[in-house]
Unconditional design. Structure first.
Length: 275
């Protein structure tokens, strides 16, 4: 793949993602203040000492936005990686083995998908302790049901091909067929789906934080920042719009890259892409 073949929209998405990752990795070096430090009065305007103004408690909004990038991206990425690991493993096992195991996995997955995701998450998180690993685990389990469906669909297309049948005739086990035969030939569409699920995880985490069951204060995350400053909109304060714009911007950047990946792989049988 040549760099010149990448469209402008994909480059915009890549640059936006790189900028967000840079802020997340080097947050303590970039942010002028800590995420919980009160530095001024409530809802001070932009400019001057505070680039983006202050929030509802007098904390520097620019610093919290940078630290919020670290929290939001880490939790969303961890949940996405875990959901993909669980969903792809179960879907590939179901596609390769078929029969009773496929029916059990698929019907249980249908049952989980029948439950509204947000309502289920709110009920579970309201009962369980407010800990970060529990939040990540709940998000991952709920999202793995969507990953299972796409994983099973692409795995079934590859499982009927000649090279997979040849591997079975050689006596290769289920693990070999999954990781050596099916996974390499479904990698391109799965990478596109990974980006899409990552964008959904960012939006889902922000929704949970806005409702008070996501990242808990005083830790900064973009959804929680919108919640903290939403009352300022009544008085013409834009403090809630800045993290809201960051959420939308990152989701759009991820989708721009995903759209490019999906266009590259949509016409490729078995998910094989050009080098």
């Amino acid at each position: 793949m040549r760099l010149s073949s990448i469209p402008v929209s994909a480059w915009i998405g890549i640059l936006g993602i790189v900028l967000a990752l840079f802020c997340a990795i080097f947050a303590p070096l970039i942010a002028p203040y800590s995420e919980s430090q009160i530095v001024g009065s409530v809802w001070e305007p932009m400019g001057g000492q505070y680039l983006l103004g202050t929030d509802n408690l007098g904390r520097d909004l620019f610093s919290r936005l940078i630290f919020g990038a670290r929290t939001t991206i880490f939790v969303a990425l961890a949940a996405t990686v875990l959901s993909f690991s669980l969903g792809m493993l179960l879907s590939f096992i179901a596609a390769v083995t078929g029969g009773f195991i496929d029916q059990i996995f698929s019907r249980f997955n249908d049952l989980m998908m029948a439950i509204p995701t947000l309502i289920f998450a709110l009920v579970v998180l309201a009962v369980l302790p407010q800990q970060l690993w529990i939040l990540i685990l709940v998000m991952a389990i709920l999202d793995s049901t969507r990953v299972y469906r796409i994983g099973r669909a692409v795995a079934l297309d590859v499982a009927v091909m000649e090279f997979v049948e040849a591997a079975r005739l050689r006596g290769e086990g289920t693990g070999w067929i999954i990781f050596k035969e099916i996974l390499p030939n479904t990698l391109s569409p799965l990478l596109a789906e990974f980006g899409l699920r990552f964008a959904f995880s960012i939006l889902f985490l922000s929704t949970l934080s806005f409702l008070g069951l996501g990242i808990q204060p005083p830790a900064a995350d973009w959804g929680g920042m919108v919640k903290d400053n939403k009352d300022g909109i009544i008085f013409g304060i834009s403090a809630a719009l800045i993290p809201g714009g960051a959420i939308a911007g990152l989701a759009i950047c991820v989708n721009l890259v995903v759209d490019w990946l999906m266009k590259r792989t949509s016409s490729l049988k078995g998910g094989r892409g050009d080098a």
